[in-house]
Design a protein around this ligand. Structure first.
Ligand SMILES: *Cc1c(COP(=O)(O)O)cnc(C)c1O
Length: 404
């Protein structure tokens, strides 16, 4: 019961994956031979590690405040849980998300810092977004019209962000039109520009062109007396690559979760990050397969000598990368074992000819304990990239701890 030694600070509404839940309650536990054990995977988050990473990112950017990008459910780790932790960091200016419901969910959960909605919103949520003081991005003439409508109906100031496309070509006001739209915003009652942002590409020479475009616009607006608010451009890669990208604030995603955007970046030694999460799953089946037996639909793994095979109740449909069957390891009863099969809902691990592992033992698929199972270590073993293993499905329960 290792978990009891740590301080378990937050059990989310669905956070029932603890030993204290009695068997059968809400169907979470399997009862087997008078024992009770977990039946589903879960994610554990460390507050201390998130706060450490925020502080390291602040050092990378010479103390600039951080706009934490928590899109895609904080890369699968739990947008509300991660936002609640980062809300407590003095290095974090605020959060940024792409979906309207995400912004509202964070605010309802008690997040106090500014929340920037970088994407569009559903008109039905307009009132809530205004009442909850969500900063709305203006990324096109259409979105300006939509936000103006909210301002018209409001007696309070609506905070907006000027989202400029300086060359990523995906979202934002084309840079050539940014000044005229910014002037229109500034001329509208009840609208206030509190942030101005754009996103850099990775090639350094073009990123510099984008920075020049951005600075030309913001300088021009300054001269015309149009406030730009907090200016930010840099995702994780640019934070490390170009210091002039830091502007007033930096806007990382992956660095917060303890991974560098690329494998083997030299900055990793200078600014050590902590792995702030674990992905865990219990052993739900243990069988000794015979030489010649196979595992998986495609008979992917062939047993050469009789060996114990453990089954874990997690698969690629939960967001665990299927490439894991090409070399990833899991930590189980203190030892690392190879993953030999990943299906939609199951993972198989080979334990060898003899094993001390028991049903109900908990495997760590991703975590800080060993270099092979850190997010970056996993990426290397499966020859993938560092963004691979953070796509976990929302249905995976989250538990928040002070520290691991
Ligand atoms: C995803 C994203 C980021 C963060 O990217 P990382 O590479 O994870 O740091 C920053 N800004 C925008 C607009 C994004 O979409």
């Amino acid at each position: 019961m290792k978990q009891n030694r740590r301080q378990f600070i937050n059990r989310t509404l669905a956070g029932l994956a603890t030993m204290s839940v009695s068997p059968g309650v809400l169907g979470r536990n399997i009862t087997f031979a008078n024992e009770s054990y977990e039946s589903k995977p879960w994610i554990e988050l460390s507050k201390a590690a998130y706060l450490h990473n925020a502080s390291q990112i602040s050092q990378m950017s010479a103390g600039k405040p951080i706009v934490a990008v928590l899109k895609n459910n904080a890369y699968g780790l739990g947008e509300v849980q991660v936002a609640q932790l980062l809300d407590q960091s003095s290095h974090i200016f605020g959060m940024a998300v792409v979906k309207d419901e995400s912004a509202l969910a964070m605010r309802s959960s008690g997040v106090i810092k500014p929340i920037l909605l970088m994407g569009d919103f559903d008109t039905a949520l307009a009132d809530s977004l205004r009442q909850q003081n969500i900063t709305l991005s203006i990324f096109s003439r259409e979105s300006l019209k939509k936000v103006r409508q909210i301002a018209k109906d409001s007696s309070q100031v609506v905070q907006v962000a000027l989202y400029i496309d300086t060359g990523l070509g995906r979202m934002g006001i084309p840079y050539q039109e940014a000044i005229s739209i910014a002037k229109e915003i500034a001329g509208t009652n009840h609208l206030s520009i509190t942030q101005t942002f754009s996103t850099l590409t990775t090639p350094k020479d073009f990123a510099q062109v984008q920075i020049d475009r951005f600075e030309k616009i913001t300088n021009e607006l300054g001269k015309k007396g149009v406030p730009t608010g907090l200016k930010h451009l840099a995702p994780s890669y640019s934070i490390l690559d170009i210091s002039v990208s830091h502007q007033d604030a930096v806007r990382p995603g992956i660095l917060l979760h303890g991974s560098f955007p690329l494998a083997n970046m030299s900055e990793a030694e200078k600014y050590p990050l902590q792995v702030p999460y674990c992905l865990k799953a219990p052993v739900i089946r243990l069988e000794k397969l015979k030489a010649g037996d196979t595992i998986g639909f495609s008979r992917f793994y062939q047993v050469e000598q009789d060996e114990w095979i453990a089954t874990l109740p997690i698969g690629w449909a939960d967001g665990y990368d299927s490439g894991a069957e090409n070399g990833a390891k899991v930590l189980l009863a203190g030892e690392l074992y190879p993953v030999v099969n990943v299906n939609a809902s199951h993972v198989n691990v080979t334990l060898g000819a003899h094993t001390k592992v028991r049903i109900g033992d908990v495997a760590t698929l991703i975590g800080p304990e060993h270099s092979e199972i850190t997010p970056e270590g996993f990426g290397k073993l499966v020859k993938g990239h560092n963004y691979l293993q953070i796509n976990y499905k929302e249905s995976i329960t989250k538990q928040v701890y002070e520290t691991f």
